[in-house]
Design a protein around this ligand. Structure first.
Ligand code: HEC
Length: 203
């Protein structure tokens, strides 16, 4: 008898749970794989990319020091640091299948380096920002095969897309280990790309 009562109570709880779930799902977005994913960046009406102000809250992929492959190299000064960030939604997708989803956004932040400061005796630490470069994967950018590059000035005003054919596109396409990106320099992502066989062998 007691068991029966428990059971019926259980059933009632079950109905309540099901109702709550139904109510919740009413408010949720429809499950449509073709649905445009939410963006972590925005374009202005004249197709400029707005500065992604909250990129420092995204996922940190890695830092480089004195990497000399492009315009932000600093041959005469102290080697620069760079920090790479990606939006969290894209990072989570990448962990699942080793590919970047539509609306992925990367920020490459370049910073000055210093040796002298506070109690530091050796080595180097990071100082002020000297450059911000952004790369996005967005299927709307059909002219540049779904990828776009942007450079921001110190004033962080919305940036025009770097023109098709510029070295950003050619170097990234030729040397990036996963799609157009340099996963070979992001140590925690290498095993993920290897596991999903999306890592292109490097020459
Ligand atoms: C000669 C090759 C080369 C060129 C040209 C180049 N990059 Fe890169 N880029 C790299 C390398 C190497 C990395 C990895 C950097 C690191 O780990 O710090 C990188 C990383 C990046 C990233 C981080 C995401 C990723 O793809 O791994 C962004 C954003 C980026 N570059 C933007 C640009 C922009 C904008 C331009 C053009 C103005 C540009 N790059 C031109 C080689 C290049």
């Amino acid at each position: 008898m007691r068991r029966l009562q428990d059971l019926s109570r259980g059933t009632h709880a079950g109905v309540v749970t099901a109702l709550a779930a139904a109510m919740l799902s009413l408010g949720a977005a429809p499950r449509d794989p073709e649905r445009t994913p939410p963006s972590d960046y925005r374009f202005t009406a004249d197709h400029r990319l707005e500065f992604p102000v909250d990129y420092r809250e995204w996922i940190f992929l890695s830092a480089g020091r004195g990497m000399t492959y492009g315009a932000s190299a600093n041959p005469n000064g102290s080697p620069l640091f760079d920090n790479v960030f990606v939006n969290p939604r894209a990072y989570r997708e990448f962990l699942k299948n080793g590919r970047w989803p539509d609306r992925t956004v990367f920020v490459l932040e370049t910073r000055k380096a210093a040796t002298e400061g506070s109690i530091n005796k050796g080595g180097q630490f990071q100082k002020e920002v000297v450059g911000i470069e952004v790369e996005i994967k967005d299927r709307r950018l059909q002219e540049t095969e779904g990828w776009g590059f942007f450079e921001f000035d110190g004033d962080r005003k919305p940036a025009r897309q770097v023109a098709k054919g510029a070295s950003c596109y050619t170097c990234h396409a030729a040397h990036g280990a996963v799609e157009q990106t340099f996963v070979q320099f992001y140590p925690t992502l290498i095993p993920v790309a290897m596991k999903h066989a999306t890592f292109k062998p490097q020459p």
